[in-house]
Design a protein around this ligand. Structure first.
Ligand code: AMP
Length: 546
């Protein structure tokens, strides 16, 4: 027997429609690429997005066609998203931080027909115009005045299109499983792969992130997403802010400490979200200028591990509550958040901290499990670590065009490629990426844990740990240290520093001092390159074993 409730399809156009109806005057404030601060409202954004939908229809855009954006966080970017999604087209967010070659690969793989671009990215698009044959139209997200000085054959002006079209358009009315957004993974191994979100998955992800144990946003909030709309949908904020009628503050291209601080203060921001480096930059700026945070209450850190020093500094010096979140492009992206449960909240802050520094708990809508290489489920004891697998209605089922083949296990879980523990309170903690974990005598050693401790040595600038071939144990850890300028150190000094802080059998078999440790495009240590550099490295213990 079926239920008798209304069959209301969960399509994201309803989100902006809701904001326009109930929060029409709530502002979206943007530090524009052209320079000035621009103010608009949900009412205006809704009207303009609908006009833009008509422009897309006039270009011949059909449901399922890919409409790309290459843009910073801005009010216009929000308009372009909803314009495409509202008529059933797929909004493909391009990451401008990628190399031109990768950008072209992604545009061609997606077969983008239209690219909305900020002024910033015209040079890269122009230089590679002939390498993106599927693209018919470029729309520059600016006004006629700034369009005048542009030399880009055939490019159209965003504001002119909005002027030229009416807002009389039909949004939604299609199946909630219709594709809605496309975002490619960063592709650290092989080519980037496309994650194709549906209206339903984005709608459900929005409801999940709004839970008070997750982002807990409200109509009273003023939200500054520093996390870009092109990186996993700005963690859903371009949906969740209008969903509750929160004011949105968009930083545009300027994400340095001073610019972010200025917006936080002048716009009365209460909530923000960003990767750790952004908070580090803000903290340095605040320290250097004796700055204050008078309205900011809550911050979410994710994308890579939240450093303890940041969590402490924001709480102790500025009264800001920091929660740690984990997720990936494939998980829409929010998978876990480290808000305390009742048992943890009852602890004194110092005892809460170890939990707050973990990646967090699964909200409703997310299922997690840990497995070993034989696919056996491991206990949630906070000690045993294994492959982190995830399932839920906003978790990837298959990559775009079937890339990578079948990606779910027999129970329908996706292997995140992360290695983690889950403790008795349900807090998940990442201990490694599965390709970086060191497999020694059938047991796993966390490279991240050793390098975090080694990085804390006062002489270290940076530390990295990789597994190196060993004839007896298969792999053993090798510690690489980049010393601070002018420092010297010995292997023994570092091994003594690690003693007692890690299990004895985790002790690296060797320590190598290097001039540099390679970093990837997202600022993380590039272990792939290090592994290539040390492919033929012979450990002193390996010689002894032979
Ligand atoms: P991306 O799809 O580019 O967002 O990258 C996702 C990956 O970033 C995850 O699989 C993790 O390895 C890493 N990551 C995301 N959030 C965190 C976090 N809070 N702590 C540690 N690693 C994280």
């Amino acid at each position: 027997m079926l239920g008798l409730m209304q069959n209301w399809q969960l399509t994201v156009d309803r989100i902006l429609q809701h904001a326009a109806e109930w929060h029409a005057d709530r502002e979206i404030v943007t530090r524009s690429v052209e320079g000035p601060i621009v103010r608009t409202t949900y009412g205006q954004v809704h009207e303009r997005a609908r006009r833009l939908s008509n422009a897309l229809l006039a270009f011949g855009v059909k449901p399922g066609d890919r409409v790309a954006t290459l843009a910073w966080n801005s009010g216009r970017h929000v308009e372009a998203w909803y314009a495409a999604m509202g008529i059933g087209a797929v909004c493909h967010t391009l990451n401008p931080r990628l190399f031109a070659e990768q950008l072209c690969y992604i545009i061609n793989h997606a077969e983008d027909r239209i690219i909305f671009t900020d002024l910033t990215f015209l040079p890269v698009l122009l230089a590679n115009r002939d390498k993106m044959p599927t693209v018919e139209t470029f729309v520059v997200m600016t006004d006629a005045e700034h369009m005048a000085g542009i030399d880009f054959p055939g490019a159209l002006c965003f504001e002119t299109l909005i002027e030229q079209h009416s807002s009389d358009v039909v949004w939604g009315g299609f199946d909630e499983n219709t594709a809605c957004g496309l975002c490619y993974t960063s592709g650290t191994t092989g080519n980037p792969k496309g994650v194709l979100y549906s209206h339903r998955s984005n709608f459900l992800h929005t409801l999940t992130t709004l839970q008070s144990d997750v982002m807990g946003l409200s109509a009273q909030d003023v939200i500054l997403p520093v996390v870009p709309m092109f990186h996993a949908n700005a963690w859903g904020i371009a949906f969740s802010a209008p969903a509750v009628g929160a004011k949105l503050v968009m930083p545009g291209a300027k994400m340095d400490g001073a610019s972010i601080h200025e917006l936080l203060e002048t716009e009365g921001v209460t909530f923000s979200a960003a990767v750790p480096t952004v908070w580090q930059m803000l903290q340095q700026h605040l320290e250097a200028t004796n700055g204050k945070l008078t309205t900011l209450k809550r911050v979410v850190i994710g994308g890579s591990a939240a450093p303890e020093a940041i969590v402490r500094a924001f709480r102790d010096n500025y009264g800001v509550d920091v929660t740690h979140a984990w997720g990936m492009t494939e998980t829409s992206p929010l998978g876990t958040q480290s808000t305390p449960n009742a048992a943890v909240a009852a602890l004194p802050y110092e005892q809460q901290l170890p939990y707050r520094l973990k990646q967090g708990r699964a909200p409703l809508g997310v299922q997690l499990k840990l497995t070993n290489d034989a696919d056996e489920v491991l206990p949630k004891d906070g000690k045993t670590f294994g492959r982190l697998k995830i399932s839920g209605p906003f978790i990837v089922r298959e990559y775009f065009r079937g890339d990578g083949g079948a990606i779910l296990d027999a129970e329908g879980f996706f292997d995140t490629g992360d290695v983690s523990t889950i403790d008795e309170h349900g807090f998940m903690q990442i201990t490694d990426r599965s390709k970086d974990v060191i497999k020694s005598g059938g047991e796993w050693i966390s490279s991240i844990e050793i390098e975090n401790i080694a990085a804390g040595h006062p002489k270290s600038a940076l530390a990295a740990v990789i597994g190196v071939h060993h004839p007896k144990w298969d792999e053993r850890p090798l510690l690489l240290v980049k010393l601070k300028a002018g420092q010297t150190a010995t292997r023994e000094e570092y091994l003594a520093f690690l003693e007692g802080k890690i299990a004895k059998w985790w002790t690296p078999d060797d320590v190598v001092f290097v001039d540099d440790i390679p970093l990837g495009a997202t600022g993380k240590i590039d272990k792939k390159v290090i592994r290539q550099q040390f492919e033929h490295y012979v450990l002193p213990t390996a010689q002894a074993a032979e």
